[in-house]
Design a protein around this ligand. Structure first.
Ligand SMILES: [Zn+2]
Length: 156
């Protein structure tokens, strides 16, 4: 699944990237660009009702990022696959490259080098990522989002 996200949804764009989804964020996308991206199968997420005529556009109803992710999950647009998390640069939206401990020698603090089991780097901006305490917090958060999504389904 690939997404195009417009203004007011910057936080959602960041979270989609954290979850591993290819997400283009454009504050003020021009109509031809939205149409072109949508034609290529990218799902257009917006808070602007006047843009819902674009095929494949999805209106995001909530202001809160957890509810927004819940909405996309319920609709089947996203899934929460742990192996996809933190596989993409949050800033550049490109897949990260695995790098060795030695390669990040001068780039991360020493205690991180000693404790982190693996590192990945963005090939564009050079930002270094490693699994840390945020992974457990993330699991907790996704668990709550799933629970909430299950609760808000209509009763069978
Ligand atoms: Zn980057």
């Amino acid at each position: 699944m690939q997404f195009l996200v417009d203004k007011m949804l910057g936080k959602l764009a960041k979270w989609l990237r954290i979850l591993g989804f290819d997400t283009i964020y454009l504050e003020y996308p021009a109509l031809p660009e939205i149409r072109e991206q949508a034609a290529q199968g990218r799902i257009f997420l917006t808070r602007n009702r006047s843009l819902l005529h674009i095929p494949g556009a999805v209106f995001i109803s909530s202001d809160h990022v957890d509810s927004q992710l819940g909405q996309l999950y319920r609709a089947g647009h996203i899934d929460f696959k742990e192996e996809m998390w933190f596989s993409r640069c949050i800033l550049c939206n490109v897949p990260l490259t695995n790098v060795s401990n030695e390669e990040v020698d001068t780039l991360v603090p020493e205690y991180v080098r000693r404790t982190a089991s693996s590192f990945a780097r963005c090939p564009l901006c050079g930002k270094v990522y490693w699994p840390g305490s945020h992974l457990n917090r993330m699991k907790e958060r996704i668990g709550l989002i799933k629970l909430q999504a299950a609760k808000s389904l209509p009763a069978p």
